[in-house]
Every structure is written in C-alpha cells, then in structure tokens.
Write a protein that binds this ligand. Structure first.
Ligand SMILES: NC(=O)c1ccc[n+]([C@@H]2O[C@H](COP(=O)([O-])OP(=O)(O)OC[C@H]3O[C@@H](n4cnc5c(N)ncnc54)[C@H](O)[C@@H]3O)[C@@H](O)[C@H]2O)c1
Length: 317
C-alpha cells in the first residue's frame, strides 16, 4: 500500500480526493497544519512516504532527501512551485507535478462579478442601503459595449465566451492570438494601443513578467476613454497603482475592479480604499468549492499516475 502524505489543507479536507486515493490502494496521512509546514515539520512527516500532496509547505533539499528512498512524487495543489526545490527533486528522481487549469471558470466568473459590480455600482449602493439610504446611482449596461481582453489564455478565453453571451464585442491582445476565438465569438485581435483606446471595459489576463509589470501606466490611462472600466484579476503588479488611483480620482477613467493588489492586503491607507468607484476582493478568484475540489482531485490523480508508472499530465520540467 502506498503512503500519501497530504499537507495541503484544502486537499486534506477534500473527501473526493481522499476517496480517490483510498480506492486506488493508498493510505492517506493527514499532515496539514493551520499554516504551511516548515522544514522542521516536514522533516518529521515525510520519512516513509511515497507521495506528498503539498500546498505552499517548505519542500527543500533536506526534506526531499529525508523522503528517500520511498518518495516518488511531490504533487503541488496549485500552479506555483517556488516552495519546492525542483532541482533537488530532479537529482533525487522525484517527480514534481502541478494542478493546472482548475480555476479558470471560477476566476472568469469573478471577472463578470467585478464588471457588474463596478458598472452597476452594486457595492456602493448596497452599502448606502445598509446605512439607511435609498439613493440610486445610474449604471451602465454591458450589452453592446466593447470589452478589451488583454491575454487570451485559459481565463481570457472563458471571459470572451461569456462576453459574447452578454452581447458584448471583444477586442483582444495576446502574443499568441487564437484564431478560433475570432471564428466563434467575432473577437478581433488588435494592437494594445487600439484596445486601450477603443474598449469600454478592459480586463487583464496576462502573467506578471518583465514585459507586463506596470503595463497600465499614466500614458496608457490617458489613452483610455473617460468612461472606461478596468478589471484586474491577474496580478497587482500589472498596474501602476498610484497613477491609476489618480486617474480614478480625476475621472480620467470611470472605475476599477480588482481581485489583486501589489501588496496583499492593500492596507487601510492604500489610495484605492477611499475611492467610491473601486471594488476590491481579497484574491478570491479561484476560491470556490468547485475549483478547490477540481484542484485537489487533479493533485490526487497526478500522484496516482506517477505511482502507477504512468506519465503525469502536468509535470514540472
Ligand atoms: N485572481 C486569482 O485568483 C487568479 C487565479 C488564477 C490565475 N490568476 C492570474 O490570471 C492570469 C491569467 O491566467 P491564465 O490561467 O489565463 O494564464 P494563461 O497562461 O493560460 O494565459 C496567459 C496568456 O497571456 C499571454 N501573454 C503572456 N505574456 C504576454 C504579453 N507580454 N503580452 C500579451 N500576452 C501575453 C500568453 O500568451 C497567454 O495566452 C495570470 O496572471 C494568473 O496569475 C489569478
């Protein structure tokens, strides 16, 4: 019987994943703590394990060595792997896998939550009603508007599909345009400049890289429509926050919906906090029951593939 250590808290609580492992002949050891496990804790937990399903627990070289000779796979319940010493894993013949593509729909649905929250002033009006008011704030329909989608990978493509159902036109920019989106939803790939200039609403879905960090800067904000609404569920670093706060305050653009900020949490004194046309959520885009189950089950499936000698779907190379 294989021994699978689970230190990722959400996986340890996911009955679907635990059942899958047990049905495939694994003993599941719940090693999850209230916070991610550090090296000392991992060193105690890992000896004798065939696999570990980890959150952002510290899996460095000493931990990996302590897992040998039994340890064969480290399955990350997520897509980042900066907490795993991949080089040490490679040297010790331990496969590292990821749970890829499990929260696209959740993030995409939050994009629409933010689009509607900002365009219809939902949060602001709800807060006013709670305070005893009944004053309406005029909103804007999404129907017939042009949505600019920056990055048409997993999440951006889901956004385009749903924007089409809302009766929106879509302009897009990506290093690798996907022609099927043009055929299916009429999406037009255009230059970034044109997208910023012409879109009524803009949503960011690119990773933070040297080319994208700070891409929403003063000059770009100046080129947008005064009525534009910007949505950022990707990374806070894509935006120069001081310039954006100033543009929002001055009415150079109309609103901002964000699931991420440069510093998380942003802090009470952050310039976004007092702005009525900003809605911020606490990086919860992928945090739904469905995405958590999908991610946990994928992590379990990757463990089973490696233990059965099959090729994992999402190995770190
Ligand atoms: N809010 C959340 O909880 C949450 C959850 C998951 C992902 N994300 C973030 O969402 C973003 C998109 O995720 P995804 O899964 O769709 O990623 P993805 O890798 O599937 O798509 C990213 C797209 O960006 C394009 N791209 C990369 N660099 C570019 C550049 N310089 N210019 C133009 N296009 C560029 C790629 O070609 C790709 O099509 C990432 O920043 C990710 O970190 C946030």
């Amino acid at each position: 019987m294989y021994k699978v250590l689970v230190t990722a808290r959400s996986v340890a609580r996911c009955q679907e994943c635990i059942d899958l492992l047990r049905q495939n002949g694994c003993e599941v050891i719940d090693g999850a703590g209230d916070v991610p496990r550090n090296e000392q804790e991992m060193l105690k937990l890992i000896p004798g394990m065939d696999a570990v399903i980890a959150g952002v627990d510290e899996i460095n070289a000493p931990v990996i060595v302590a897992g040998k000779p039994t340890l064969k796979v480290i399955s990350r319940n997520g897509v980042g792997y900066n907490t795993v010493d991949v080089q040490a894993a490679r040297e010790n013949d331990v496969t590292v896998t990821l749970s890829v593509g499990t929260n696209n729909i959740s993030v995409c649905e939050l994009v629409f939550g933010l689009l509607l929250a900002v365009s219809r002033n939902i949060v602001r009006q709800s807060e006013a009603v709670r305070a005893g008011g009944w004053q309406r704030v005029q909103g804007m329909e999404l129907y017939g508007k042009t949505l600019g989608v920056v990055g048409t990978g997993h999440i951006g493509a889901e956004v385009i599909k749903r924007a089409h159902a809302f009766g929106m036109k879509t302009l897009a920019f990506d290093l690798y345009p996907r022609t099927e989106l043009t055929g299916l939803y009429g999406t037009q790939y255009v230059s970034l400049d044109k997208l910023y200039r012409e879109a009524d609403l803009i949503t960011l879905h690119v990773p933070a890289t040297k080319d994208t960090v700070g891409m929403i800067n003063q000059q770009v904000l100046d080129s947008m429509k005064n009525s534009a609404i910007l949505i950022n569920t990707a990374r806070g670093d894509l935006v120069e926050e001081a310039a954006l706060a100033a543009a929002l305050k001055a009415g150079k653009i109309a609103g901002y919906g964000a699931d991420t900020t440069q510093e998380e949490p942003p802090g009470k004194d952050h310039p976004f906090i007092q702005l009525p046309n900003v809605v911020i959520t606490p990086h919860c885009g992928g945090y739904t029951r469905e995405a958590v189950v999908r991610s946990s089950v994928t992590a379990g499936e990757e463990v089973l593939r490696v233990l059965k000698g099959e090729t994992p779907l999402f190995p770190v190379k």
